[in-house]
Design a protein around this ligand. Structure first.
Ligand code: TTP
Ligand code: MN
Ligand code: MN
Ligand code: MN
Length: 393
């Protein structure tokens, strides 16, 4: 019998951008369970439910110690009946029947395997599943037409599933830096995304590129990409143009959450650590042969004498921002995704402002608020500054 008075009750603000969420998660079993249900909802075109589970998981990530009983959760925000049921199940029975059922379900497993292919989203996976495709093997046998991204995703499936380490992220950073300063001296790169929040691994590496003189960044991305391509660093790339125009009469409603920076989704060819020191040049004939033989989802094919490739594929995102938007881009691309969503919700609902990765617009004053640092943006929003390492909501 637990004395109610001895149970620690937690208190947590309801907006994730009012909380400090480090990577020191004291409730990983509970947050993994809720994140899995969030993922399943997102893959099933139920975004509302997805966000609800993400918010519930984020509240538990912010707790200072492990939850031992549901009475401790009384008064916590964002924990709906469904999430509470899952938490209770785990606390009382060691597992949630709904989570276990979802994990085992053929539909979820197929959605996971297929959307783990770079270039494949929930819609495409759904269509393939309806055609009876549940595995990579079935996909290859099916004769489905794959676009260029999906072909690259399938070819490098095993590599891209391996988490990227911080050491690999730093090695790629050095290469991108060399590319950027070679084509535009004075240009700067910043590591963004999960690695900027202090994560030790990631599913990709994200970089923001700018130049201290406004306008010099125009046309930079194609040059960076050409440089990287000429050095043999890119296995795949797709560049999209900048489509952002500051409206004079306030922010135009964006079609989606996607921002409009010039950006490049790519797959890097990263040499193994022991080979990195030596400058990477064109693919050697041996490499080319390995590339052709390296069809991981079918059979292994002939291996070179060494038995090992000396490189791996890594997903890399590059974004170019003009210096006038740099602080907003930095804040918008550091994440986490939920932290970003909550910042925009706070801005809109509590401050009558519109925040994007490009700008902050004050609806009451009818003007854009300029900022040169993340700290300034938090101040405009009436928020205490939260450093990147505490944005892991
Ligand atoms: P991701 O690279 O998807 O996520 P992450 O770096 O936090 O985690 P991981 O370790 O798994 O890579 O996105 C990084 C940030 O970029 C994220 O906060 C949201 C932002 N972002 C945009 O602003 N626009 C976009 O179109 C995408 C895909 C991401
Ligand atoms: Mn702690
Ligand atoms: Mn990332
Ligand atoms: Mn990314």
């Amino acid at each position: 019998q637990i004395d109610e008075a001895e149970v620690v009750a937690f208190s947590v603000p309801s907006y994730a951008c009012l909380r400090r969420t480090t990577l020191d998660n004291h409730n990983p079993v509970l947050t993994d369970a809720l994140s899995l249900l969030a993922e399943n909802a997102e893959l099933s075109d139920e975004d509302g439910r997805g966000v609800a589970f993400r918010r519930a998981a984020a509240v538990l990530k912010a707790l200072p110690e492990p939850v031992t009983g549901v009475t401790q959760l009384r008064g916590l925000p964002c924990l709906g009946g469904h999430s509470l049921r899952v938490i209770r199940d785990i606390l009382e029975n060691g597992a949630s029947s709904e989570v276990e059922f979802t994990k085992q379900s053929e539909r979820f497993k197929a959605l996971k395997v297929l959307t783990d292919i770079f270039g494949v989203g929930a819609k495409t996976a759904e269509r393939w599943i309806r055609d009876g495709i549940h595995s990579l093997h079935q996909l290859q046998e099916s004769g489905q037409t794959l676009n260029r991204a999906q072909q690259a995703g399938l070819e490098h499936y095993d590599d891209l599933k391996q988490p990227v380490t911080k050491a690999e992220a730093d090695a790629i950073g050095e290469i991108v830096e060399e590319a950027v300063v070679s084509v535009l001296p004075g240009a700067q790169i910043t590591l963004i995304g999960g690695f900027r929040r202090g994560k030790l691994t990631g599913h990709d590496v994200d970089f923001l590129i700018t130049h201290p003189e406004e306008g010099r960044e125009v046309g930079l991305m194609p040059k960076v990409v050409s440089w990287l391509e000429s050095q043999g660093f890119l296995l795949y790339q797709k560049t999209t143009r900048n489509s952002y125009l500051e409206a004079k009469d306030g922010p135009a409603r964006p079609a989606s959450n996607m921002d409009r920076f010039e950006r490049c989704f790519s797959i890097f060819k990263l040499a193994d650590a022991e080979k990195r020191g030596t400058k990477q040049t064109e693919n050697t004939p041996e490499d080319t042969c390995r590339l052709a033989a390296h069809s991981q989802v079918t059979d292994e094919g002939p291996k070179p004498a060494s038995g090992h490739r000396r490189w791996r594929a890594v997903r890399v995102d590059l974004v170019v921002s003009p210096i006038s938007q740099f602080a907003f881009a930095l804040l918008g691309w550091t994440g986490s995704k939920l932290f970003e969503r909550e910042l925009r919700r706070w801005a809109g609902h509590e401050k009558a402002m519109s925040l994007s990765s490009h700008a902050l617009y004050d609806n009451k004053q009818g003007r854009y608020l300029k900022a040169t640092s993340e700290e300034e943006i938090f101040t405009y929003l009436g928020l205490e500054y939260i450093p990147p390492s505490e944005r892991n909501a």
